[in-house]
Design a protein around this ligand. Structure first.
Ligand SMILES: N[C@@H](CCC(=O)N[C@@H](CS)C(=O)NCC(=O)O)C(=O)O
Length: 229
C-alpha cells in the first residue's frame, strides 16, 4: 500500500504504527511546499484536503486522517493490542487522547508556529497554549508508562509524532520530567527509531536538493530566467 508521508509531518505516527504491526508500506514522500508527489502528481489527487497522511487502500481508494489510518492498520492485524478492539473503557480513552492530540495539541498548539502567515505577536500565545497542554500531559503521565496505562497504543504513536515538534521549535521539555521520560521511552522503541531515521534521511535529501537548486540559481553561468507577466 502506498503511504503518503512528509519528512517532518504528523504522518510519522502512521509510519510508527505500521512498523509496530510489521506492515510494510511503500512510502511516497510528498513535497509539501509545492504539494506534489515525486512523479509530479498533485497531492490533492490522493488527499483532496492537500494533507498528509494519506493511504492508498488495496481497492484503490485513498484514506486520510491519521486516526482513521492508524485504526485501519490495526484492523489488518486482528489480535494486535495497539488499539482496543473490544468495547470497553480503554477504547474510549484511546479515542479521547487521539482527539486531544489532533485538535488541542496539533492544530490549536503547534500549527500556528509552522505557518509563515502567523502574526509574530501570536507566537507567545501559541507557546503558552502548548506549555499548558504539555504540563497537563506531564501530570497525567506521572506514574504511567504510556497514555492509557502500561501498554503502547496508537495514541502514543500520535502523541510522540506531535510532541517531537518541541525540538523543532526549541521548546525545552525538561520542566516536565514525566513527559520527558515518556518521550525518551517511546523514542527507544525500534519502530520509532526506524520511522524517525527514515524521516531524517528524507529531510537531509530534501535539504541537499534545495541547496543544489539554490547554488545552480546563483551560479554566474545559470541561464537568465525570462520573467513572464
Ligand atoms: N486532521 C489531519 C491533519 C493532517 C495535517 O494537518 N497534516 C499536515 C502535516 S502534519 C499537513 O498536511 N498540512 C498541510 C496543510 O494543511 O495544508 C490528521 O490528523 O491526519
Amino acid at each position: 500500500m502506498r503511504f503518503f508521508h512528509e519528512s517532518h509531518g504528523c504522518s510519522l505516527a502512521v509510519d510508527i504504527v505500521a512498523r509496530e504491526l510489521g506492515i510494510s508500506l511503500e512510502i511516497v514522500w510528498v513535497d509539501m511546499q509545492r504539494k506534489l508527489l515525486p512523479d509530479g502528481t498533485d497531492l490533492h489527487e490522493v488527499n483532496p484536503k492537500g494533507q498528509v497522511p494519506s493511504l492508498e487502500l488495496p481497492d484503490g481508494q485513498f484514506l486520510s486522517e491519521g486516526l482513521a489510518i492508524m485504526q485501519y492498520l490495526v484492523d489488518q492485524r486482528p489480535g494486535s493490542d495497539l488499539a482496543a478492539t473490544a468495547r470497553g473503557a480503554e477504547k474510549y480513552r484511546i479515542l479521547e487522547w487521539m482527539s486531544f492530540i489532533g485538535s488541542d495539541l496539533h492544530k490549536g498548539g503547534f500549527m500556528p508556529l509552522f505557518k509563515k502567515t502567523t502574526p509574530a505577536d501570536y507566537r507567545p500565545v501559541a507557546l503558552r497554549h502548548i506549555a499548558s497542554r504539555l504540563q497537563w500531559l506531564d501530570r497525567h503521565l506521572s506514574g504511567r508508562e504510556y497514555l492509557t496505562g502500561n501498554r503502547f497504543t496508537i495514541a502514543d504513536a500520535h502523541c510522540y509524532a506531535i510532541v517531537i515538534w518541541t525540538k523543532r521549535h526549541a521548546i525545552d521539555v525538561s520542566p516536565w520530567p514525566a513527559l520527558a521520560a515518556y518521550m525518551a521511552r517511546v523514542a527507544a522503541r525500534p519502530s520509532v527509531r526506524a520511522a524517525v531515521e527514515a524521516q531524517l534521511v528524507q529531510e537531509a535529501l530534501e535539504m541537499a536538493a534545495r541547496a543544489g537548486a539554490q547554488a545552480a540559481e546563483e551560479s554566474p553561468h545559470a541561464e537568465k530566467r525570462v520573467e513572464v507577466a
